[in-house]
Design a protein around this ligand. Structure first.
Ligand SMILES: [Zn+2]
Length: 443
């Protein structure tokens, strides 16, 4: 290389022991480096080759770490960190009764802002770089999460009733019409537009059709809860003589990119419709097990061609935003449901938590894998800890041994938002104090 100038870059993550790429071949590099320039991955590959070609303003030695794509939490309600632990030992309907009452008082615009900052900090420290978030006062929620550095997808939420925001239906429609301009005023990594009807039981068919029309106009994705438990299905049958999926299909929602939260109890017709429409399921086993909602057959869904991503749900139903825990629960629950320990591999679970989540959001051309040209949303894990030794297979270790406390560095769109287990954006103590003070005032 004598005499040849190296290509300059912003950052090199140097000599990782492993790089899990989540590319189409599930490639894993050993002793590899990742080069980041202008927010994107400029190169990934064997450390020697890469570092002969590139020099960077900043180099971080990650020789005792593993690099993998940042995790995508496909279903959550981040500000509900403030309601962690308020509804214990109840099912979905009991949970909603308790939570809706608390939301009326606690979740004003200030509350969602401090709750979103707390939630975003928890997400990033635990290796989650993107969330599909559904919550009240979406603009304030988005502001809070984006400030902490999360790739935070959110949009207007819809209920037939005024809800804690006390908005009439026409005010909600108006909010949806002006949402694209509003959300673009908040700077942060790229996020797609989204619309968020709460559930087919809380948004009637006529209103769902209006939301489908706005999705058509704005090119937004739609996310909603669907078939989370049996009671919800029974209530929908009683009220409309249809399943939640049938209601979404009839209203024209599924013509657009759709992410269905939970999808635990789907009829075979529902599954066929979801597969045909290319909608995705956000599987939330932590919440489903805790509320005894049921066990989604994700192996069956995948075999039918349904894209499945993973989510935590909100902290009042699953108590934390830990995607490492969700990966392990997903793998174990799927095997239990199928009575087959070979029914889903660790590599497939990691893809569900990364690139399949990105695909559900329509951003898999930007994030979800570690490949040249992708935006640099990636995380590193400490390997010199007892539960990571010995390392036989990195995919298996990540799913069945690793935990979120192992996450050392986190990059979102090339920004080092977590360095050495600490936020570079916010002082954690100030985030905790703001949450405590808000709760002291309103809870
Ligand atoms: Zn939910």
């Amino acid at each position: 290389m004598a005499g040849k100038q190296k290509i300059s870059a912003d950052l090199i993550l140097s000599r990782a022991r492993f790089v899990i790429t989540c590319d189409a071949n599930a490639t894993i590099f050993t002793n590899a480096s990742v080069v980041v320039t202008a927010g994107q991955i400029a190169a990934v590959g064997p450390a020697g080759e890469i570092e002969n070609l590139y020099r960077a303003d900043q180099t971080i030695d990650v020789s005792d770490q593993l690099i993998m794509p940042g995790l995508v939490n496909l279903h959550t309600h981040t500000p509900m960190t403030l309601l962690r632990g308020v509804a214990e030992n109840v099912d979905l309907q009991g949970f909603l009764e308790i939570v809706w009452d608390k939301e009326d008082r606690v979740m004003n615009p200030d509350g969602v802002y401090v709750g979103a900052r707390l939630g975003a900090l928890e997400c990033l420290l635990g290796g989650t770089t993107t969330t599909l978030d559904m919550y009240l006062h979406p603009l304030e929620t988005h502001r809070g999460a984006a400030e902490v550095g999360l790739r935070h997808v959110i949009g207007p939420v819809f209920f037939d009733f005024p809800g804690p925001e006390k908005l009439t239906w026409s005010q909600r429609l108006e909010q949806a019409q002006t949402w694209p301009e509003q959300v673009r005023e908040i700077t942060g990594p790229y996020v797609p537009l989204a619309l968020m009807p709460h559930a087919p039981l809380t948004v009637n068919p006529e209103h769902l059709a209006q939301i489908a029309a706005i999705a058509q106009e704005s090119g937004s994705l739609v996310t909603t809860h669907a078939s989370e438990n049996i009671t919800e299905n029974e209530d929908t049958q009683k009220k409309y003589n249809a399943t939640p999926t049938e209601l979404l299909e009839q209203a024209g929602i599924l013509k657009h990119r759709t992410v269905l939260g939970h999808g635990v109890h789907l009829s075979s017709t529902d599954r066929t419709t979801i597969a045909r429409r290319g909608a995705s399921i956000a599987h939330c086993p932590g919440s489903n097990m805790k509320l005894a909602s049921g066990a989604a057959d994700i192996v069956g869904y995948r075999a039918q061609g349904i894209n499945v991503g993973l989510g935590t749900d909100g902290c009042s139903s699953s108590n934390d935003l830990d995607m490492f825990s969700v990966m392990r629960l997903s793998a174990n629950l799927a095997r239990l449901v199928r009575n087959d320990p070979a029914s889903i591999s660790a590599a497939e679970i990691i893809k569900a938590a990364t690139v399949d989540g990105a695909r559900a959001l329509g951003i898999d051309d930007r994030v979800g894998t570690i490949e040249t040209g992708k935006e640099a949303d990636l995380i590193t894990l400490d390997l010199d800890v007892p539960h990571m030794v010995p390392m036989r297979d990195p995919h298996t270790t990540v799913v069945f041994s690793a935990g979120r406390g192992d996450v050392r560095h986190v990059l979102v769109a090339g920004d080092l938002v977590i360095k050495d287990h600490q936020s570079t954006r916010v002082a954690a103590n100030s985030v905790f104090t703001a949450a405590t003070e808000h709760l002291a005032k309103y809870f």
